[in-house]
Design a protein around this ligand. Structure first.
Ligand SMILES: Cc1cc2nc3c(=O)[nH]c(=O)nc-3n(C[C@H](O)[C@H](O)[C@H](O)COP(=O)(O)OP(=O)(O)OC[C@H]3O[C@@H](n4cnc5c(N)ncnc54)[C@H](O)[C@@H]3O)c2cc1C
Length: 455
């Protein structure tokens, strides 16, 4: 019996094979459960052999086989003894067995998680449309996985949102309806979501990348020690049924696809207007699971004393991400004073004015009008880009618009690569010409209507 315990001990220690590490981003360090790995300035692992248990997790995640197992002199001594006793093969077998058992345990733990959940965000009972967009995206994932699509509704007198979730494709809704959830506060919301996840074990949880959603998703993922990919622009399922979470990385220059392989649920946030809005069918029905949490108002440290609405009146307060038509200006506008040209065109079309980051940095437009990676993601029916070159950071925020019209005097400008219609010309001539033509057509139409009513 004592001999068997000895057999399990010499698992070896991990070490770096000099010259092989590519500084992939500390995957080995993330995989180590024993805090045995630090990273040096070159991004290479420094392994503390006192803490290393020889579990081989770091070897498994290394993309270039830059780590290996070695045996310390003391371990070699034990191995020698075992070899003498004919136990060498048994020792190797025990190592493999230990690892296989670990993998089996993990696989069966992951299998307990089933279903796709969408967090239904609401403020004062008014739902955020991104939640319905996520139900549309979640439906595809649920279909591929052959699991249920569920909504999670938290709030005060919000049962109607469960029915609205069914109309957008959910078949089940988990509801916690309690005055404690009237206003969003991180603590009760994340605790309630964690409680539901612990109890019902969904494999995927999607949350809108709004201010509220980012705060909530981050807190939930931290509490559950699971992965969270923020601002995804694409979600799909791979052949092993992992959620592939795609998002721009390295300043938007590449698209990274991220997997949560060893923990559940797999969590992602998605910005408004990135996913398509699904069709609404009010005849669809589903099942409501009513839940409650033991949280009482007295248990919550944060109190809401006053709500200050930041949607001040005035043109600058417009939410461009909800607009159907956006006329955007960039550095080519040459100055704040020229933006009235875009405002006039936007007014004729019933749209709003947006801008590139250059125009915001120059102080010509307020930050809430910025479209792009560090601004807003928009998906209007028509996006008119005036004097915008089409840098990748701008494109990621508007390239899914239904129709893109680009006006630029440089015919090599990258914006033309995503444009449905491109106008090569001076915007100071083209924009007023379009506005005036629209006014002409409008007057003609008004006269025609007048003539029709007279006859
Ligand atoms: C981490 C990071 C995040 C970023 N996030 C964003 C973001 O969210 N949104 C964003 O927009 N940018 C973002 N940027 C900046 C981005 O890289 C570009 O610098 C920016 O989009 C360029 O803005 P622009 O197209 O207005 O200016 P420019 O690139 O200078 O283009 C101006 C264009 O106007 C044209 N033009 C000039 N005069 C006229 C005229 N009279 N008529 C017609 N055309 C004319 C020119 O041909 C040119 O193509 C980010 C950058 C980084 C590094």
């Amino acid at each position: 019996m004592q001999e068997k315990t000895k057999l399990k001990k010499p698992l070896g220690k991990a070490r770096l094979i000099p010259g092989n590490c590519i500084a992939c981003g500390a995957r080995c360090q993330s995989a180590c459960k024993f805090e045995a790995i630090d990273m040096n300035q070159a991004g290479e692992p420094v392994i503390n052999i006192e803490k290393c248990t020889g579990c081989r997790r770091c070897l498994k995640v290394c993309p270039v086989e830059a780590l290996e197992i070695f045996f310390t002199p003391k371990q070699q001594e034990i191995l020698k003894q075992l070899a003498q006793e004919g136990g060498e093969a048994a020792a190797a077998h025990v190592v493999e067995e230990t690892l296989d058992e670990e993998e089996d345990g993990l696989a069966s733990k992951l299998r307990q998680y089933k279903g796709v959940w969408i967090f239904v965000e609401q403020t004062d009972g008014k739902p955020a449309t991104v939640s319905w967009e996520l139900l549309g995206a979640g439906a595809d994932l649920a279909k591929k996985l052959d699991v249920e699509l569920c909504a999670v509704v938290l709030g005060d007198k919000v049962e109607n949102l469960c029915h609205e979730s069914f109309a957008y494709g959910a078949t089940k809704a988990y509801l916690i309806d309690d005055p404690v959830f009237h206003y969003y506060r991180t603590e009760p919301y994340y605790k309630a979501i964690c409680y539901l996840i612990d109890k019902y074990k969904p494999e995927i949880v999607l949350v809108g990348a709004t201010g509220l959603g980012r705060d909530l998703a981050g807190s939930v993922a931290t509490e559950l020690h699971t992965g969270l990919t923020a601002d995804c622009t694409g979600l799909s399922i791979d052949e092993k049924n992992f959620l592939l979470q795609t998002r721009p990385a390295f300043g938007g220059n590449i698209m990274a696809t991220i997997l949560t392989e060893r923990t559940r649920p797999q969590m992602s946030t998605v910005r408004p207007h990135v996913m398509c809005m699904p069709e609404k069918d009010a005849s669809l029905r589903g099942m409501i699971i009513r839940e409650s949490t033991p949280l009482a108002e007295d248990d919550i440290a944060a109190k809401v004393l006053e709500i200050i609405d930041d949607h001040k009146a005035g043109a600058d307060a417009i939410d461009i991400s909800a607009a159907d038509i956006i006329v955007s200006g960039g550095r080519g506008m040459l100055g704040k004073e020229n933006f009235h040209l875009l405002r006039e065109l936007a007014d004729e079309l019933g749209g709003v004015v947006g801008s590139s980051r250059s125009a915001v940095d120059a102080g010509w437009m307020p930050p809430e009008r910025q479209v792009g990676q560090t601004g807003k993601t928009v998906r209007p029916k028509i996006y008119i880009a005036c004097g915008i070159s089409g840098a990748i950071q701008h494109l990621v925020g508007m390239q899914d618009s239904d129709v893109i019209i680009a006006i630029n005097r440089d015919h090599h400008a990258p914006i033309f690569e995503v444009a449905t219609y491109g106008i090569v010309g001076d915007l100071f001539q083209v924009v007023p010409a379009i506005t005036s033509r629209i006014r002409e057509l409008r007057t003609q139409k008004a006269n025609q209507c007048k003539a029709d009513t007279t006859h």
